[in-house]
Design a protein. Structure first.
Ligand code: NAI
Ligand code: MG
Length: 357
């Protein structure tokens, strides 16, 4: 009997629709072979939703996400909406989705695929063996604390607050240790405990929880040092767990290790198997509508969907192997092609990966 799965698809803006098409193509290809019955709903999010409904995250989109087993998102935003007032910014939809769907754990793996060493600005010997996973806390910290701007005697004063509750730290840290058990059994907890009170709480929670995972090696690292070590000896890292802002910055830095931001997938998880899957990159307005975007980040996000939401490691691995073999055959989109090398379109790259599956 076929397994039914409901997927809410949110293509969004810019290159979003182009790359999501390739992701959906891969899901369908796998469905035929592995006896899934997929039900897709296509929904507005971000700038296109603002244009049509005057809100970045329409109620109906949220409803379809809540009903689904998993969400596939492209990207949102673009210069057209940059001057909009705060509540009409496309990025609001991302924060809204994370908060409303309880997605507190953001997983961003960075793997250097064989053959892409030359696409990075770092030396090939530094990159050899890079396979790390940034586990970023997604619904707390500076991005969600109270904010204000007020007039004072000396001019305007703007405030952001960095708040963490113990239970918020506990659940993300447990998730990181559990993920490390299926990997190289090493966790680097990143904080700024020499300065920040919230980081001191973070570190004490990590130390307490670490006792429940005696098989995992733990190390604490200050965020400024981590930013440096990630480009100095990136292959030494396994799982990196950190708070929202640090994780945002470090995972973008990790993009350099993979050759292109067009290679980096992500999963956002809460309790249970429901999850939201999206490439790490944005809507790339500079190349939108030209069929140039690298669809690999989205296709690898689809692999994560099978792993974490559909609990099908076999299919996840098949998709990842297909990407690996297509890249090994020399197929490249423009972002990772060497100068003078001919490049495939988004659609051609998607077709190659489907063939390999
Ligand atoms: P970006 O990630 O969209 O683009 C940065 C650079 O990487 C650009 O040169 C772009 O062409 C290239 N690039 C990105 N994805 C690519 C792909 N798949 N294949 C080939 N090249 C790719 O970041 P940027 O330019 O800072 O932001 C553009 C818009 O996207 C902004 O409105 C921003 O707010 C939004 N954004 C949305 C995100 C999301 O939806 N999750 C995340 C980051 C930014
Ligand atoms: Mg970012």
């Amino acid at each position: 009997m076929a397994t039914d799965k409901h997927i809410a698809v949110l293509p969004g803006d810019g290159i979003g629709p182009e790359i999501v098409d390739e992701g959906v193509k891969v899901i369908k290809a796998v469905g035929d072979r592995f006896n899934y019955n997929f039900h897709f709903s296509f929904n507005l999010v971000g700038g296109c939703a603002i244009d049509e409904l005057q809100q970045p995250l329409p109620e109906d989109t949220l409803k379809q996400c809540r009903k689904a087993d998993a969400v596939l998102l492209g990207a949102v935003g673009g210069p057209r909406w940059d001057r909009n007032p705060a509540h009409l910014r496309p990025e609001n939809a991302l924060l809204g989705l994370r908060k409303e769907l309880g997605l507190y754990a953001n997983l961003r793996p960075a793997i250097l695929y064989p053959g892409l060493e030359g696409s990075s600005s770092l030396k090939a010997e530094v990159l050899k063996g890079v396979d790390l996973l940034v586990v970023r806390e997604l619904t707390g910290g500076l991005y969600f604390g109270d904010k204000s701007t007020e007039q004072t005697d000396t001019g305007l004063k703007a405030t952001d607050t960095l708040v963490y509750h113990e239970h918020e730290i506990e659940r993300i840290v447990h998730r990181a240790f559990q993920l490390a058990q299926g990997r190289k059994k090493h966790v680097t907890s990143v904080d700024k405990a020499n300065v920040l009170e919230s980081s001191r709480l973070w570190r004490s929670v990590v130390e307490r929880i670490a006792k429940e995972y005696p098989d995992i090696e733990v190390e604490h690292m200050l965020v400024d040092n981590c930013a440096m070590q990630m480009v100095r000896r990136p292959a030494d890292f396994d799982v990196i767990v950190t708070e929202n802002l640090f994780g945002d910055i470090l995972s973008d830095e990790a993009a350099i290790l993979t050759g292109s931001i067009g290679m980096l997938p992500s999963a956002s998880l809460g309790e249970g198997t429901f999850g939201l899957y999206e490439p790490v990159h944005g809507s790339a307005p500079d190349i939108a509508g030209q069929g140039l975007a690298n669809p690999v980040a989205t296709i690898l996000s689809v692999a994560m969907m099978f792993r974490h939401s559909f609990e099908n490691e076999e299919v996840a691995t098949i998709i990842e192997r297909a990407v690996e073999s297509v890249l090994a055959s020399g197929a490249r989109t423009a972002d990772v092609a060497a100068a003078g090398e001919s490049a495939l379109s988004s659609k051609e790259m998607g077709d190659r990966i489907v063939e390999a599956i």
